[in-house]
Design a protein around this ligand. Structure first.
Ligand SMILES: [Zn+2]
Ligand SMILES: [Zn+2]
Ligand SMILES: [Zn+2]
Ligand SMILES: [Zn+2]
Length: 132
């Protein structure tokens, strides 16, 4: 199934990155953070499954092997070449509404933070969750 981003017109299966580089948040203009920006680097520097209890998490760092039965993969843990949610390539802008993007204003998950943004998203969002 093809999913097309309304902003860049790219197909999420193979678009390199998005185009909307600035957003208005709480009446100020911010430059959006790319996939692979400083804050995303921090995300990937954390051990695999870091959000789980330390006893349950895989804990592999980049370049280390995943623990057996890790739900995130097998073999060596690598930084992904593409965003696992919106599929853009490392170093590029996420398509809007991506669950990985970090908010440039509050540094939380952009898709769920409470900054007041003016995203011209269609009703219900454009990304059918679960297909990717
Ligand atoms: Zn896009
Ligand atoms: Zn793992
Ligand atoms: Zn993304
Ligand atoms: Zn925010």
């Amino acid at each position: 199934m093809d999913v097309i981003c309304e902003f860049c017109g790219g197909n999420l299966a193979d678009a390199t990155g998005c185009v909307l580089s600035e957003v208005e948040l709480n009446d100020e203009t911010y430059v959006r953070l790319t996939f692979g920006s400083h804050l995303d680097e921090e995300f990937w520097a954390k051990p695999c499954c870091w959000w789980w209890d330390p006893a349950d998490r895989c804990g592999a760092l980049i370049g280390e092997p995943h623990r057996r039965n890790c739900s995130k993969g097998s073999g060596i843990r690598r930084r992904p070449e593409r965003c696992y949610d919106c599929r853009v390539a490392w170093g590029n802008l996420h398509h809007p509404d991506c669950g990985v993007e970090v908010c440039p204003r509050c540094s939380r998950q952009f898709a769920s933070c409470s900054c007041e943004g003016d995203w011209p998203l269609p009703e219900g969002g454009w990304m059918p969750r679960g297909v990717l």
